[in-house]
Each structure stands twice: as structure tokens, then as C-alpha cells.
Design a protein around this ligand. Structure first.
Ligand code: KIV
Length: 287
């Protein structure tokens, strides 16, 4: 699949073609998403929780984001990759925001960046866009300031908050955002924003009446322990499969059933490594 463009996403909105975006933080998961022809991949700062084991996304640094974006790019050279701006990467000054967004593009190989926050972030988004970098907005529950929002809970439930989020969406669009993530808002509010916006609205916990859906890859495949918010549907139980595999390996080793002859190198059989497996010759001879 060739890399999609922002123009494709705009056209999909007009055609009411629904699409998905998934997170990825490393080369192997990026390879999976490329094979499944996922059009847009987000290297989210959720890597703080999902990969680095932090309690929140706040400790994630620009270095983390650049390193993981570059890994995703190596795993999927043809995907449209969005790199997340971590906590404070865009809040200190517009100059710093442009510089950090530029790092995600230049060093991380991303096609675009994502930035959390409403109206007050619009001027920063405009500056980044003017610098030639496409920006995806993020409204509703914005995990970087979850404490200010009263925790990880639905946003926009009362009419005043709902109006503010709708106005923020308009401000981000006017500032040049090419798409907006809407996280944990009531279905009706998301539907109204989606109807009024000319850019794609990507929902997570925002109901079905949006242009696209995003989920964290590890939640979708069942590799997030007991963490399962209401808006997640698990399409696999990968964690259980992995535990089973590791248990089976331990059992085989304990029973002397691993390795077999065909998995060993004995005397004259010690020929070249078998099909498709990357093998370092030095390791073969020194081992
Ligand atoms: O960091 C992230 O993964 C995100 C998505 C869940 C929207 O922001």
C-alpha cells in the first residue's frame, strides 16, 4: 500500500469512508500494521504507560518520542506516521514547539505531529503548520493534563464544557490542523463536531459517528494486562498466547525436549542456517 496523504483523508471524509488509526511504538508492531494496511499510525506518548511502565504520559521525553518514531519508521517505511508531542514539548514557547515538531519529522521520520490541547494551543499549531509541518489536534480527555480535568473521565458532559470543546475544534481547524482526535466525549457531541468539521475527526471513546477510530494497539490485541477501558474492544488475547508459549518452552526444556536434532548443529550437519532465519555466522562458529 502506498503512503496515504492528507488529501486522501480529506477525500475519505467527503466520501464518508471510515478508517482506523492505531498506535505503534516499535518496528515489529509497525510491520504488523503495515501488513494489515492500516492507513495512519500514531506513535503516541501513551508509550509512557504501555511500553515504559509509567503511571502516566507525563514522564515521556522528546528523546523517547524521537527514538520510538524512528523505530516505527524503520518497521514500516510506507506508513503515514504521526509523532506525538510529549508533555511540555509545545507549551514553553512557539519556537521550542516548532523545533520539537521538527525533530519528530527530521530525526523520527514522522509525516506529521499530534498536539494535545484546545483553543490556547491554536496559535502554536498555526506556527508549526506555517513551518511546513502537518498537525493533528487532540481534544476532550487530554491525558497530559488529566489532573486538571479531574482525572481520566468523560469530558463535555455538561453544556458549557461541550460548547467549549466544539469551539476548540473549530479553532484548531482554523489554525490549520489536518485532523483532530476526540477522546472520551459523549457520542452526540462527537457527532455534532464531526458534522461541522471539514477535517477528519478521529474518535476514541467518542462513539460511532466520527470519521475514524483510534485505539492503542496493545489494548486491541489484548496485551495490556487487566487494563481495559469501556471504549476498548479486544480482538485477540495475545498476552495469554505469549504466556502459554513461554510456559511450553520451559516445560520442553525441563523435559529435555528442546532443542531437537533439527534445531541443533552437530558435526557435518553444521551447515548454513535454515530458511529465512537471520543468523550471524560469527555466533554460529563461536557458540
Ligand atoms: O498517546 C496516544 O496513544 C494517544 C491516543 C490514544 C489518542 O493520544
Amino acid at each position: 500500500m502506498s503512503r496515504i496523504t492528507i488529501q486522501d483523508l480529506k477525500r475519505w471524509k467527503q466520501e464518508a469512508h471510515r478508517w482506523v488509526c492505531l498506535t505503534s511504538y516499535d518496528a515489529p508492531s509497525a510491520r504488523v500494521l503495515a501488513a494489515a494496511e492500516v492507513p495512519v499510525v500514531l506513535v503516541g506518548d501513551s508509550l509512557g504507560n504501555v511500553i515504559l511502565g509509567h503511571e502516566s504520559t507525563v514522564p515521556v521525553t522528546m528523546e523517547d518520542m524521537v527514538r520510538h518514531a524512528a523505530a516505527v519508521r524503520r518497521g514500516a517505511p510506507d506508513l503515514f506516521v504521526v509523532g506525538d508531542m510529549p508533555f511540555l514539548a509545545a507549551q514553553i514557547s512557539d519556537e521550542e514547539a516548532v523545533r520539537n515538531a521538527g525533530r519528530l519529522i527530521q530525526q523520527g521520520g514522522a509525516d506529521a505531529v499530534k498536539l494535545e490541547g484546545g483553543g490556547p494551543r491554536a496559535a502554536t499549531i498555526r506556527r508549526i503548520v506555517e513551518a511546513g509541518i502537518p498537525v493533528m489536534g487532540h481534544l476532550g480527555l487530554t491525558p497530559q493534563n488529566a489532573t486538571q480535568l479531574g482525572g481520566h473521565k468523560v469530558q463535555g458532559s455538561d453544556p458549557r464544557d461541550a460548547r467549549r470543546i466544539a469551539e476548540d475544534a473549530q479553532a484548531l481547524e482554523e489554525a490549520g490542523a489536518f485532523a483532530i482526535v476526540l477522546e472520551c466525549v459523549p457520542t452526540q457531541l462527537a457527532a455534532t463536531i464531526t458534522r461541522n468539521a471539514t477535517v477528519p475527526i478521529i474518535g476514541i471513546g467518542a462513539g460511532e459517528d466520527v470519521d475514524a477510530q483510534i485505539l492503542v494497539f496493545h489494548d486491541l490485541i489484548g496485551w495490556s494486562g487487566s487494563f481495559k477501558p469501556r471504549f476498548v474492544r479486544r480482538y485477540a488475547q495475545v498476552e495469554e498466547t505469549m504466556i502459554e508459549a513461554v510456559r511450553s518452552f520451559q516445560e520442553d526444556v525441563a523435559a529435555g525436549a528442546f532443542p531437537s536434532d533439527s534445531e541443533s548443529f552437530r558435526g557435518s550437519q553444521a551447515g548454513p542456517p535454515s530458511d529465512g532465519i537471520h543468523f550471524d555466522e560469527e555466533r554460529q562458529t563461536s557458540g
